[in-house]
Design a protein around this ligand. Structure first.
Ligand code: SF4
Length: 253
């Protein structure tokens, strides 16, 4: 079934806060909602979890995507056509990643919001010295991912991420619905219980866009300076920040 919609063709925003049209729920309400839903939806199909989020939060709900693949964006678009999909355009992505973003915007019934850091890469080099990612990747991620995400999420009560429990030990306890205390929002992880085989089956079933780098030996895809290929059988996330004791960028911790 085609999900192509003329309404979203070429819609790639340039960033900045989303206009807020209606007041949202308080953090206390959101925490209670998340705790109840997390219990009730554990074990539910991913589509049902996405539907609950779309119906509960309406346009105060968005999807975030690294554009490693378009599985989550596609899944949520089936129950919430027109949903906002936030992509953090760090300025240091592989061209293959940007191609997935553009294909998602062109072919799925979603509204891609491409959010940029406050500093260009050149401005960051000027303020902090060149290649901050080699000297202090935590600071680089804070400037190019964490702050932009927090800016992007203004105006939403809930966001969906594509975290899976089998991706790494740090993600083993990911709830299907939880409360993100740092941001005071509900965080929905519809595919938390999926395996890689489930992802592959979904991609094949719906023919959704996938980053071409997976076919070139990359197990997990982030910014080009901090991503390397992984060997067969190696932890897919071992290719991220391989020179550092770092496995997460700070978006999910
Ligand atoms: Fe910087 Fe690397 Fe983090 Fe990208 S992944 S923001 S290049 S440290």
């Amino acid at each position: 079934m085609s999900l192509v919609s003329a309404a979203n063709l070429g819609l790639v925003g340039v960033g900045g806060p989303r206009p807020v049209d209606a007041p949202g729920r308080s953090p206390e309400e959101l925490r209670a909602l998340a705790e109840e839903a997390g219990r009730e939806l554990e074990g539910a199909p991913a589509l049902e979890i996405a539907r609950w989020a779309a119906e509960t939060f309406g346009d105060r709900f968005c999807v975030t995507s690294s554009m490693a693949d378009a599985v989550l964006a596609h899944l949520v678009s089936r129950v919430a056509p027109g949903v906002d999909v936030v992509f953090l355009d760090t300025g240091l992505h592989f061209p293959e990643t940007l191609r997935v973003r553009d294909e998602v915007a062109r072919t799925l019934p979603v509204n891609v919001r491409s959010i940029r850091p406050r500093l260009t890469v050149g401005q960051q080099d000027g303020q902090y010295g060149p290649r901050l990612f080699n000297k202090s990747p935590d600071d680089c991620c804070q400037l190019r991912k964490v702050e932009p995400l927090e800016r992007a999420l203004a105006g939403y009560d809930a966001w969906a991420a594509g975290l899976r429990r089998d991706e790494s030990p740090t993600r083993a306890n990911t709830p299907v619905v939880g409360f993100d205390p740092r941001r005071g929002k509900v965080k929905v992880n519809p595919i938390a219980a999926w395996s890689q085989a489930d992802v592959d089956a979904y991609v094949a079933r719906w023919n959704v866009p996938v980053n071409a780098l997976f076919a070139q030996g990359y197990g997990s895809i982030g910014c080009w300076p901090c991503t390397r290929r992984t060997a067969a059988g190696e932890d897919p996330r071992a290719g991220r920040w391989a020179m550092f004791e770092k496995t997460e960028c700070g978006l999910h911790t």
